[in-house]
Design a protein around this ligand. Structure first.
Ligand code: KG4
Ligand code: ZN
Length: 344
């Protein structure tokens, strides 16, 4: 097969993103990667406001497409397929990407591929220098999801673990908020945690009990952790000293990293899987990346990390997922495909 080029759009949440990705000679290459973050705008409200997100996508999208085509020095004549995130995410936000992609596909007679956002996150690791081959275990940690997924072969997934309440990224966002740090919480906490003492406070590693009286070994719970940080903050506020923000942030970050690493390693070991992939916004976290790399050496587990810039939401990963479907012989999506806020 010759070279294939995809134009991809991502609008599931608060990043308007457009990318062009090529597949040639067995490799994926990003030739344009444009992202307009709306974080500052949502920061004022402490989180994403769906209505604002949709309106910003609406305003920005045409200009981002133009910018991406200029960056890639190409035009529609060399685009073979168009991909867009169709689920899961904010409905109004998803509609903008889907409508734009399908309109362009119809206008230029190019096949359209609707992409599942999590499949996009998973594909982000294919943009690294070293690429895993199935079977492997994926730790997907984002603002909406915390999952351990076994990939038996391409597109054959089995979920082995999940969070029963907040996602890991959601925990970062909520704890940042209660510490008075700005949205998105992950980067704010990471910044202030630098130089903090990760052992000063010991926060709980939430477990999920099963009806048999034990615990689900690969599942997560982060809501208790968030409450524990809140209680600690309330306690500290009663004394007259300034809040030790760095130590609080570092201790929180440490326990999240430990719980994610411990359960992933246990899962890989017990399932007899020797490769682990880590993707999603939280996978950009330095402490988590370090701990995963060092801990995995002890059990000779090979770890593949998506590069930091492809961990948080972007369109390059969506394009890569669409290309992967195409080169694996998958058919384009129906032009009548809708969007879906929640999808398995
Ligand atoms: O994958 P992503 O960009 O969007 C979703 O699909 O949700 O993930 C966003 C989440 C947010 O909760 C954000 O606080 C978190 O990822 N995040 C981080 C870091 N960068 C982003 N969490 C910890 N450390 C980071 N450096
Ligand atoms: Zn995401």
């Amino acid at each position: 097969q010759m070279m294939q080029t995809v134009l991809a759009l991502e609008t599931s949440c608060d990043e308007t993103a457009v990318a062009l990705v090529q597949f040639e000679g067995g490799k994926f290459r990003v030739i344009a990667n444009c992202i307009a973050s709306q974080a500052d705008e949502h920061s004022k409200w402490g989180g994403v406001v769906p209505e604002i997100a949709s309106r910003r996508h609406l305003e920005l999208m045409p200009f981002l497409i133009k910018e991406a085509l200029i960056e890639a020095k190409t035009g529609f004549e060399s685009i073979d397929l168009i991909g867009a995130t169709v689920a899961p995410g904010l409905t109004g936000a998803l509609l903008i990407g889907s409508l734009t992609a399908r309109s362009l596909a119809a206008l230029h007679g190019i096949p359209f591929f609707g992409v599942h956002h999590l499949e996009g996150h998973l594909a982000s690791v294919l943009l690294s220098d070293e690429v895993p081959t199935p079977p492997f275990l994926v730790l997907l940690v984002s603002g909406g999801h915390t999952e351990l997924i076994r990939v038996n072969k391409n597109f054959d997934y089995q979920r082995l673990g999940r969070s029963h309440d907040d996602a890991a990224g959601e925990a970062f966002d909520k704890v940042a908020r209660l510490l008075g740090l700005s949205y998105p919480g992950g980067p704010s906490i990471e910044k202030i945690a630098k130089g903090g003492d990760p052992r000063r406070f010991s926060f709980p590693k939430g477990r999920v009990s099963n009806p048999g009286g034990g615990y689900y070994p690969y599942d997560f719970s982060f809501s208790g952790l968030k409450t524990a940080v809140l209680r600690q903050v309330e306690k500290l506020k009663k004394s007259d000293i300034d809040l030790p923000l760095s130590d609080l942030a570092a201790s929180f970050e440490q326990v999240v990293a430990e719980v994610l690493v411990e359960r992933s390693l246990k899962c890989a070991e017990e399932q007899g899987i020797d490769s682990l992939v880590m993707v999603g916004g939280v996978a950009a976290n330095h402490r988590l990346r370090e701990l995963m790399m060092t801990s995995s050496k002890d059990i000779s587990l090979k770890v593949y990390l998506a590069s930091k810039s492809f961990c948080t939401d972007n369109a390059a990963m969506i394009g890569t997922a669409a290309l992967l479907r195409l080169i694996s012989g998958g058919s384009p999506s129906s032009m009548e495909l809708g969007v879906c806020a929640r999808l398995g």
